[in-house]
Design a protein around this ligand. Structure first.
Ligand SMILES: NC(=O)c1ccc[n+]([C@@H]2O[C@H](COP(=O)([O-])OP(=O)(O)OC[C@H]3O[C@@H](n4cnc5c(N)ncnc54)[C@H](O)[C@@H]3O)[C@@H](O)[C@H]2O)c1
Length: 253
């Protein structure tokens, strides 16, 4: 089995304008990939090696014509060579209790966090197979360890990790498919959530055996590694990137 190397290869990254997405774009471009960066938000930002395409993943799941249009746009950009890496990074986190969550919130969570990664993988499968490419799904520690109010988010992430393991059985002879399950990552949003609560942020950091939360760059570098030849035998893996918090039991002590 051959694998993609970064030279003259196209990587498609969803949620590219988010905290981890920006780091992914940066790392992939820096290591020689040409990047198709997508997000529901619009961007006029121009950078060498980056083509931005607007993409609403909810619409992508619900509207096949919109999905095909997106495929054609990608095909034009890659001049028919197709993508070698798909990084399913976009997600929404709707916090709501099991008693109160609405159908709309539930379905939106599933469309963006789970169905879009699946149907994007399906849409690009021939290109990925031809290029002996790779898919990296950005899952979450919530796939296995979770909290109150996270029922929709955690369920989609558990399913995304399960999907990662399962798709390998169908297409794993030519395409490597892996997932990353990060714990807290210091994105602008995470930091903003702790603005004015420095003591709580310090506690969060101290709760991790490594004594800190992760950085977007650490997740992006892991995704880059998983997409590379060096990870050639890593297949169907859901890799924890949690600073050790995954092993912590939070019993009252
Ligand atoms: N930040 C963390 O602590 C953390 C921890 C574990 C896992 N993750 C996962 O990492 C990934 C990136 O998270 P982040 O922290 O950068 O989040 P973020 O909110 O900063 O970025 C998510 C991006 O997805 C985009 N998006 C939302 N809805 C969309 C839609 N309908 N169509 C297309 N794009 C849409 C947003 O516009 C945003 O740019 C997510 O899958 C998230 O679940 C993050």
């Amino acid at each position: 089995m051959q694998h993609a190397n970064s030279k003259n290869q196209w990587a498609l990254i969803t949620g590219a304008l988010g905290g981890i997405g920006q780091a992914l774009v940066h790392e992939f471009v820096n290591s020689g990939y040409s990047v198709i960066a997508t997000d529901v938000k619009h961007s006029d930002h121009k950078a060498d090696g980056v083509n931005f395409l607007a993409l609403d993943l909810d619409k992508f799941v619900l509207d096949e014509a919109y999905a095909m249009e997106f495929y054609q746009k990608v095909n034009l950009i890659t001049e028919g060579s197709g993508i070698s890496c798909l990084i399913n990074n976009a997600a929404i986190q709707i916090l709501a209790d099991s008693r109160a969550i609405t159908r709309e919130q539930w379905n939106l969570s599933f469309n963006v966090n789970l169905s879009a990664p699946f149907f994007l993988s399906q849409l690009f499968i021939k290109d990925l197979e031809r290029n002996f490419g790779s898919i990296v799904n950005i899952s979450s520690i919530h796939a296995t360890q979770t909290k109150k109010q996270f029922v929709a988010y955690a369920t989609t992430k558990a399913a995304l990790s399960a999907m990662t393991r399962n798709m390998v059985l169908d297409i794993g002879d030519k395409v490597r498919i892996n997932a990353i399950e990060p714990a807290a990552i210091a994105t602008a949003m995470l930091k903003a959530g702790f603005a004015g609560k420095e003591q709580q942020y310090k506690k969060l950091e101290a709760f991790h055996p490594l004594g800190r939360v992760g950085t977007p760059q650490e997740i992006a570098k892991l995704a880059l590694f998983l997409s590379s030849d060096e990870a050639g035998f890593v297949q169907g893996a859901c890799i924890s990137a949690s600073g050790g918090i995954q092993g912590c039991l939070s019993d009252p002590s």
